[in-house]
Design a protein. Structure first.
Length: 188
């Protein structure tokens, strides 16, 4: 009857084992590391607040919040369109076919009563709209270009209106610029 005494059972209760010590160290490290990281970040951002006042100057702030891009609708600078160009781009839909009561292009009988009202009345109707025609026929042309289109259409219908004078700063159409350059070179 030997009493075999196993010490392994008692040793487990006597002192913490290596694995228990390892667990305690791991727990302390896992709690300490986030505290140290958060403290370092707070210190970093507080040091940025102590930066020189130059970074808060109006110029520095404007540089940081400047626009990334600019949206520009329409054309900034473009060649002025001729009356024929405007007619082909905008007016031809109704005035070639005579849709919704529009006088047909070149129809002298349809244009005669309208021409009798005068150029200013016709231009006003073209710019502001009349009957089924919307303002400028729904186009996006300058008043000068619309006036040129009115002259082009009415002259094809029998009128003898003169080409309207270009406003100051209007770009000359390519055909007019070429025609203006030819007499100057021929005079030499």
């Amino acid at each position: 009857m030997s009493q075999a005494h196993h010490t392994s059972g008692h040793d487990a209760h006597a002192a913490p084992t290596h694995s228990a010590l390892k667990k305690i160290v791991t727990l302390v490290v896992l709690l300490a590391v986030p505290v140290v990281v958060v403290g370092a970040l707070i210190g970093f951002y507080k040091s940025k607040d102590n930066a020189p006042a130059a970074s808060m100057s109006e110029e520095a702030v404007m540089a940081r919040i400047q626009k990334v891009g600019v949206l520009q609708l329409g054309e900034a600078k473009r060649e002025t369109k001729t009356g024929e160009d405007v007619f082909k781009a905008q007016c031809t839909t109704c005035h070639t076919a005579g849709l919704v009561g529009a006088p047909k292009f070149g129809d002298a009988a349809a244009w005669a009563p309208r021409i009798a009202t005068g150029f200013e009345a016709l231009l006003n109707s073209a710019l502001k709209g009349k009957n089924n025609m919307t303002a400028q026929g729904g186009g996006a042309f300058s008043d000068y270009e619309v006036a040129r289109a009115v002259v082009y259409m009415t002259n094809a219908g029998g009128a003898k209106f003169a080409e309207p004078k270009a406003p100051e700063g209007a770009a000359a159409p390519a055909a007019a610029a070429t025609a203006a350059a030819e007499p100057a070179s021929a005079a030499k």
